[in-house]
Design a protein around this ligand. Structure first.
Ligand code: TXA
Ligand code: MG
Length: 316
């Protein structure tokens, strides 16, 4: 991966303006929230979101949390169920992430949801995060700002140690107060705890007046990434195909003829940006048999291949 200059930005008007300009240009900016530092990108921009995965070196497309400035803004993207509304009123802004059904017309990159029909949303409780969100004026997708497999950063120095040269900027807003990630509750079905975190489970259960289901509960929805094929096209998928047979629709990578091409120039960031949209497009085309060209297994290629292996896995 090419090294870029990582600007250290102040928690002041000049810093927020610069952060907003970088985000608007499709770049990556780390900023503090009350839990941990996030690695932000414009959640509507496929290429910008793909860069998050590239910078973190994530070997798979785990879906990302979209950060918004207020509960009103959240309601543009997801269906606020009555239980979600209760939790939002009680805990936002704050260290609670809600997973909710995504609206059909929500303008969010499919790479953010990793192709799921749900979206994780949160209104952070930190003045710097709030200023970055309002200066930018749009949804910011942000995982914790650590390289994949490393611990979450709670200072700008931690972020720099892990991601210097891989991201465009870091807004230095001091140490994070909470220090652990947000609690994640899915309200897609019965409220289910997906991750313990900054807001105690007891407080959430007291607010709802019922116990949360746990992930391991047989009645709970399966966590993403756990499933072999949580999003797969309807058609059968054959991988590492140098060319398509007559009955197959070809999803190519690099130069050559293909019905759809993840990146004619062989760029892995572009391919990641196109992946989920093209899997959906194959469905729209009614493709029954899909052949996918070989994709190099380095950098973002690892995450792309992980996703494609799931798409090709046998299904019930
Ligand atoms: O405190 C936090 O939550 C921090 C700050 C930056 O906001 N962010 C954070 O993001 O911890 P990350 O990417 O490290 O963890 C997000 C978690 C992942 O485990 C992911 O699987 C889950 O949220 N997630 C995201 N979207 C989901 C969805 N639609 N359904 C279920 N889980 C989802
Ligand atoms: Mg993380």
């Amino acid at each position: 991966m090419k090294t870029i200059k990582t600007e250290i930005l102040g928690a002041d008007v000049a810093g927020y303006d610069r952060a907003a300009a970088i985000l608007a240009a499709g770049g990556l900016v780390s900023f503090p929230t009350e839990t941990v530092y996030g690695l932000g990108a414009d959640a509507r921009d496929d290429q910008a979101v793909a860069r998050i995965y590239a910078a973190k070196g994530r070997p798979s497309f785990n879906p990302l949390i979209v950060h918004l400035s207020a509960t009103d803004a959240v309601a543009e993207y997801v269906d606020m169920t009555p239980q979600a509304r209760k939790l939002a009123d009680a805990f936002w802004p704050g260290a609670l992430t809600l997973v909710l059904p995504i609206k059909a017309d929500a303008k969010v990159s499919k790479l953010v949801t990793a192709g799921l029909q749900s979206l994780a949303v949160r209104v952070p409780d930190h003045p710097v995060a709030a200023q970055v969100l309002s200066s930018f004026g749009g949804p910011i997708a942000a995982p914790s700002a650590n390289p994949s497999g490393r611990i979450s950063p709670t200072t700008a120095a931690h972020v720099r140690a892990g991601l210097d040269g891989r991201i465009d900027g870091i807004v230095d807003g001091g140490a994070c107060g909470v220090g652990v990630e947000s609690t994640i509750v899915s309200c897609v079905g019965a409220p289910t705890l997906l991750r313990a975190g900054g807001i105690p489970v007891d407080a959430i259960e007291a607010c709802l007046g019922t116990a949360l289901l746990r992930d391991e509960d047989p009645a709970a929805p399966a966590a993403p990434g756990q499933l072999a094929s949580h999003y797969a096209p309807t058609g059968q998928v054959r991988l590492n195909a140098p060319y398509a047979e007559a009955h197959e629709t070809y999803l190519g990578f690099g130069a050559g003829d293909a019905a759809l091409n993840l990146s004619p120039s062989g760029d892995l960031i572009e391919a990641a940006a196109n992946l989920f949209a093209m899997l959906h497009e194959l469905d729209a085309l009614g493709a029954k048999h899909i052949a996918v060209g070989p994709i190099p297994n380095h950098d973002l290629g690892q995450a792309i291949n992980d996703r494609l292996r799931r798409a090709a896995a046998p299904r019930d």
